[in-house]
Design a protein around this ligand. Structure first.
Ligand SMILES: Cc1cc2nc3c(=O)[nH]c(=O)nc-3n(C[C@H](O)[C@H](O)[C@H](O)COP(=O)(O)O)c2cc1C
Length: 283
């Protein structure tokens, strides 16, 4: 049981949860301290105002404060502030012009190279060039990016991750001078929001949270209800559906069908080949 002093008013709690899930979660009390986490959203348009180095460095320090597997800290962050270079990435992606409005663009990189160099420095072989290390680099990097985003939100900045840097590795990699053992996991646009987007509705906890044992026996019914809730609040326009060039666009498509439209067409199937050129064995 939590105390009232620490909790958001119950009505506010349910309003927040309703915004996030499209339904109340009776019995769930939201402590004030985690309200900003429930209320977060990405930002895809930034004012021209700069982000001072002193603030950016504090946010990067928060990112580096995230936990890291075995304290190995296997990630690197490339900070981009040169608007021309940021625009080059936006232009390569082509469909996300708002990236060019960001005064800061960070490229979050998985980094096996540092560990390899540390082994060489100490005259030992590095014998962990494998899939587990790839995952460890991605997890360390993601946790750091999440900590950065939470810190940025806390000071009123907006952010948006950009996985599309992985669709243009052949250009992004040389632009940033990424050496062997280092790959771009995601970009992150950072800046002062022009406006706050609406909260994006999430799957109900009954689908995502399993108690003691995995159980997805209720998936169809739960997802059908989620599709309806989401469509009622924020219908996807036929023209904005995924892979309209493969499947005919039509009105009334729900979240789950849109997911299927995306996942039934291969994305970035050249990425493992790229990782191999960067020295990852993936064994
Ligand atoms: C790893 C990752 C990659 C993402 N890549 C992109 C991207 O390339 N372009 C984009 O506009 N949004 C991107 N997003 C943002 C998601 O689309 C967004 O988080 C999602 O639609 C839910 O919205 P919300 O964060 O406001 O709740 C990415 C998010 C994550 C976590």
């Amino acid at each position: 049981m939590s105390t009232h002093a620490e909790e958001t008013d119950m009505a506010d709690s349910q309003a927040l949860l309703n915004a996030r899930f499209g339904t109340d979660l009776p019995g769930t009390d939201v402590p004030d301290a985690i309200v900003p986490l429930l209320d977060r959203r990405v930002t895809r348009r930034y004012t021209g105002q700069d982000v001072p180095d002193s603030l950016l460095d504090a946010l990067l320090a928060a990112a580096q404060s995230a936990p890291a597997k075995s304290d190995l800290q296997q990630f690197s962050i490339v900070v981009m502030r040169d608007r021309t270079r940021i625009k080059r990435i936006a232009d390569w992606i082509g469909t996300m012009d708002w990236i060019a409005t960001a005064p800061v663009f960070l490229v979050w990189c998985g980094d096996m190279r540092r560990g390899q160099r540390l082994c060489a420095m100490h005259g030992m072989p590095h014998v962990n060039n494998n899939l587990d290390t790839l995952l460890n680099t991605a997890v360390d990097c993601s946790l750091a990016m999440g900590a950065f985003m939470a810190a940025a939100d806390a000071v009123g900045l907006g952010t948006c991750p950009v996985s599309y840097v992985r669709s243009h590795t052949e250009r992004v990699s040389p632009l940033l001078g990424l050496p062997s053992g280092v790959y771009p996991l995601a970009g992150l646009a950072v800046g002062w929001p022009v406006f706050r987007r609406p909260v994006s509705m999430r799957l109900p906890p009954s689908v995502v949270v399993h108690r003691e044992r995995y159980d997805d026996s209720g998936l169809e019914a739960d997802v059908a209800a989620y599709d309806r809730r989401r469509h009622a609040r924020d219908p996807v326009a036929a023209g904005s559906l995924k892979n309209n060039d493969v499947y005919p666009p039509r009105d009334g498509v729900g979240w789950s069908e849109n997911v299927a439209r995306q996942l039934s067409v291969p994305e970035r199937f050249g990425f493992s080949a790229y990782l191999k050129t960067k020295g990852f064995d993936l064994a």
